[in-house]
Design a protein around this ligand. Sequence first.
Ligand code: ATP
Ligand code: MG
Length: 722
Amino acid sequence: DGGKRPDYLAGLNPEQTEAVETLEGPVLVLAGAGTGKTRVLTTRIAHILNTGRAFPSQILAVTFTNKAAREMKERIALLVGGAVEGMPWLGTFHSIGVKLLRRHAELVGLSSDFTILDTDDVVRLIKQLIQAEGLDDKRWPAKQFAGMIDTWKNKGLGPADIPEGDARAFANGRGRDLYFAYQARLSTLNACDFGDLLMHPIAIFRKNPDLLKEYHGRFRYILVDEYQDTNTAQYMWLRLLAQRSKGEPQNVCCVGDDDQSIYGWRGAEVDNILRFEKDFPGAKVIKLERNYRSTEHILGAAAHLIAHNEGRLGKTLFTDRADPDDVKVQVHASWDSEEEARAIGEEIEQLQRNKHLLNDMAILVRASFQMREFEDRFVTLGLNYRVIGGPRFYERLEIRDAMAYFRLVAQPADDLAFERIINTPKRGLGDTTVRALHDYARARDIPMLAAAADMIETDELKPKARKALFDVIQSFRRWQELLENTPHTELAEQILEESGYTDMWKNDKSAEAPGRLENLKELIRSMESFESMRGFLEHVSLVMDAETNENLDAVSIMTLHSAKGLEFETVFLPGWEEGLFPHQRSLDESGRAGLEEERRLAYVGITRAKRRCHIWFVSNRRIHGLWQSTLPSRFLDELPETHVEVAEMEQSYGGYGRGGYGQSRFDKAEPFANSYSTPGWKRAQANKTDATRDNWGTRSGHAVERIGYGESGPKGRTIDGE
Ligand code: ATP
Ligand code: MG
């Protein structure tokens, strides 16, 4: 080049520079966490723009989330030193898909103002189709078929690709026909589902080679971040756009890390990494090995852990950082999740006193129900927090529903609560009934629940609605009577059972239903620390009122899945217990593959940390209403002693690592020796250790296949009062 190198290239290492400057031809950057893959992509775009090789509108860049897309745009603007006009094709697969489809909707029989159906719409529509086919929709639930269609679409399979008479394809092989009928129905409605945002463009490009050629001309450069988590349909889409005719350069650059593939359960195919080199012969594969994010301890812990996976391409990671102040990864134990939240809260306040920003701290949980404990604690402490990638605990749909029941029991005039749950679960009290109740209540200036009680005495409602309403009112009367004398957690449980609300989710076949049930259990748990139902309701309204200002200095709380690509000075990883992490469900459903995906998730978690990583496990969790002793996650045993320190246990047992592998070194932990001296706790802990040892007995060498929560152990805090 000879001339002055632009500033944005200055700080890059040779491999990164190569990845940025190899603009012609296919490039695959395969590298571990924190090695600058995203930074390479961003710099590459800046370089393309800066050297005038393409206009912003000629670059197609795919990120995993919309937030990542926004951040990338901002970074590029900084690098090229000035606002970047547009970048209309920088976004997620879905957002780019919508844009393409709006332009060419007519080619798949839609008009450009098509609507995108959400999951609820899709399920409703499928249910109609199932019924129209004369099938029993109880035996063949619409949710299940919706899931099946989604899976097919992730694999790039249209109805014609489903083998005829495939008995596995729903309702003894009716799946194919139903799938056809579903697509036809969408077309009539001028609508599409999420999967179609990829499937339709694929079909359009395949059927219209000239149009595809136009896009080949337009997208001079194609870039994809988090490539390890693309699914088959996304890969097909990408290949169509990137594989240009012979002689033309295929300027596609994908960056990814096979060790961070964590969306297999949603159809992502790590194998896309291997296919890349086949589909793009002559691809330059660049490895980045220097990690710029984390300390040696954090990196060492993560690398050692992930080495336990068999299915991996393998790679080296190193860091030049050698700061004597660097601390090891800390493993802490707590009695239960409340303790855990309290301890993490203290740690955060300590950091805050030492002038660390809350913005630089994150709590990454395996399951979203875990967030509740932290949210409650932080509200109590007055610590700002934000929940990323989903609603806050008390804002979740199932929690709002459940709360509406509780509110209406405690406060029968709460019409908003009434309207929310009167037909949830479905009781045949649809809009007509609700409107009638509403009118009646308004005319007499009484609450709707009272109006309902009145109206069942009249014949203004249809007999069916009247019967249903009668049952609901009876239930509410009963619950109201129990309010004063029954322990409120018991009552809450009873309400959710008797109303059919819990069953509604138990019968729900969708992917999110188990998580919602977990959240409901967590809700009940959260009530324990309050004296009464009213006290609890009051608390929640305060939590809901807590500020969530974007600009506020705040701790981030999110799931491990949504932490992908992010980094924080300090990362807290709570809940490292068998059954929770690795999650029992993923072990049950996908065995070894499931375990390896869980381990990758652990790797993602640890590698989010720049300087401090705290891992937590608790000795007791409440499961199905009972206190159970839990086993420390096997992942803890897989951490290397050189980079990990066990926070409290060390003092009581003179260091860890006594047992070595095959017997957990967390086995003999007595984390409360310092914090609690009450005999009750001691005894509980001693009991716990025995129980744990029994359970570990089933565990020999590395042959750990399935360990659930411990069967025995202290049954709750009653022990405390012994
Ligand atoms: P992940 O796999 O987690 O997505 P990544 O490979 O995309 O990680 P980046 O997020 O791009 O890594 O980079 C990690 C951190 O290292 C960022 O803070 C980035 O700014 C910094 N970094 C990357 N390359 C360099 C470099 N050459 N010099 C200094 N800092 C760098
Ligand atoms: Mg990245």
